[in-house]
Structures are given as structure tokens and as C-alpha cells.
Design a protein around this ligand. Sequence first.
Ligand code: ADE
Length: 325
Amino acid sequence: MDSRTLYIRRLPQLRRALLRWYDDNQRDLPWRGTRDPYSIWVSEIMLQQTRVAAVLPRYGKFLRRFPSVEKLASARLSSVLAEWSGLGYYRRARNLHAAARVITRELAGSFPTHSDQWRKLPGIGRYTASAIASIAFNEPIAVLDGNVERVLRRLLHRSTAADSWNAAQQLLDRERPGDFNQAIMELGATICVPGEPSCARCPIRTFCGTRGRGQSQSRKARQIKASISIALATKGGSVLLVQRGVRESLMSGMWELPILNHSISNEEVLFRVRHSITVTDYVVSVIARSEVNTESGRWISRRKVHKLPLTGLTKKILRKANLIK
Ligand code: ADE
């Protein structure tokens, strides 16, 4: 796994644009608009390897037949399989039934609230655990399925899917993780489709690295330019650094300078550095600030900065500013 920080300009705006689009345009599907873990779990299992159109006529019927986890657990496997008939991949029904028994018998009928716990149940992989925990319990954990992977590849202009879980996690809106996950899946299913995406209707096209240009360009043409602004705030003998969250699987716990999400004028730029990450060449504008509004920023004494694990870009900037050697 490689480790790359996701430098997307205006990340909060991107999240907002996608969520707003989802709020206004989402398909009216029966598993939306509920936070009931049982209904959400059943929907996610049915949707594995199965198109929405095929699930729709079966979902409500299944829930009417087995309206609760207790009813499912006490049913005979043969009747669950019968209700699943025609949906295929019957192992899903067997696992659903087995997991219902674990929940009722070993967990006293309480659903797990965390994705790690969901993953211990039969038939629940990383995607499904994250989907259920984010939608039903608001856990800030990203999903990655084929649709999300395609959206990410285009958005980030990446030729491979390597590191996509990390990218998805960094992109995630932590206030509305369940909606955000469903929004990005919805975008992949309805707009950012395989082949010819409908970029003209895409709510995040202005953030997108490819905008429908597809995958068939030369390596040179794929190299894109982007710019970001980073704050260099110093006070006394200290510099303001932000530690990446421990939950961020990418460079978690490392320290970096705060990224500024608003536009800046040329006069504010202290200096610029170039920083390339695979297909993206960044021009990084470093802005002198006396304060930066970050929740997690800490003033670190210059004498101690070099002892911290710093990201590559942070080191580059601090060296150029003569703050470290
Ligand atoms: N595919 C599987 N689960 C989904 C969901 N909750 N929303 C959109 N697409 C999905």
C-alpha cells in the first residue's frame, strides 16, 4: 500500500456539493430514509452482486416475511432460502440466517454498533460492515465498491485503484458519513457510470481530475496540475502543526502544516514549492499566518519539530523556511 495524502482543493466544498446533490436527487429506494439496522443490513446483503432493480421487488417481501432479527433467527433455514429464491448467491441467505442467530443468541438481540464488530458476523466483509455502520450508526467510515472506486479513479485522476480505501476515507464527510457513502455510490450508479459518464450533470465536475476524458490518454497527458495553499504560522519559537487523525489509515499520526481551504491572493504567498504525487504535480503556495483556525493544531517548539514524524511536503516547506535542517 502506498501512502499519499489526498490533496484536493476545497474538500469541504466538494463534500457539500455531493451531499446537496444527493439530498435533491437520490432515488427513492425503500432502504433509504431509515436508520433501522436490521432493514439496512438486509438491504446491503441483498444488494451484494445484485442490481437495485432486481432487489426492489424482493426487499419489502423479505422484510414482511421476517420483520425482525428475532423472527429471522427463529425461522428455519429452509424458509429463509425459499424466500431468497431467485435472488441467487444463496450463501448470502445462509449467512444472514447464521448472523441473525449470533445476534439473538450471543449478543442478546443487540446489533453491533461498530464496523469492526459487524465484520465478525457471517457474510459481512469490509464493504458491508462499513455501509451498515455508517448508515445505521453514523460511524465515520468509508465504503468502497465498484462504483466508488470508479468515481475515485476519475476524480483523483488515478490510473489504478491502489490505495482507494484510504482515498475514500479521506474524502468522507464525517458529519454525515452514511449519506456521503450513499451519495458517492449513487453518483457512480447514475452519473459517473462506466463508459461515458454524464459529466454535464455531475455535481462535483469542477473538482474532477478527468471530467470524462476517460482512461485512454498517454501518461504524459495524464499528468495534471493542481495548486494548494498551506499555512506557515510561527509564534515565538514555535510553528503550528496539525497531527493527522489516528483513524486516518494514511499517514495516520504524522504531522503536517495546516492546509488552507479558501482562496488566497498572490501578495500573501511567502514562497512556492513543487510537490509531485504520481499523476499530480502540485504547486504549493506557502502563506505566512499568525494564527490558523484549526481544531487540532498545536504549537510545536522549533527545537522539537524535527523529532516529530513529518509528512514529506511538510519537511520540504520547513526546510525551505529554515525551520529545520
Ligand atoms: N449499493 C449497495 N448499497 C447501496 C446504498 N445504500 N446506496 C447506493 N448504492 C448501494
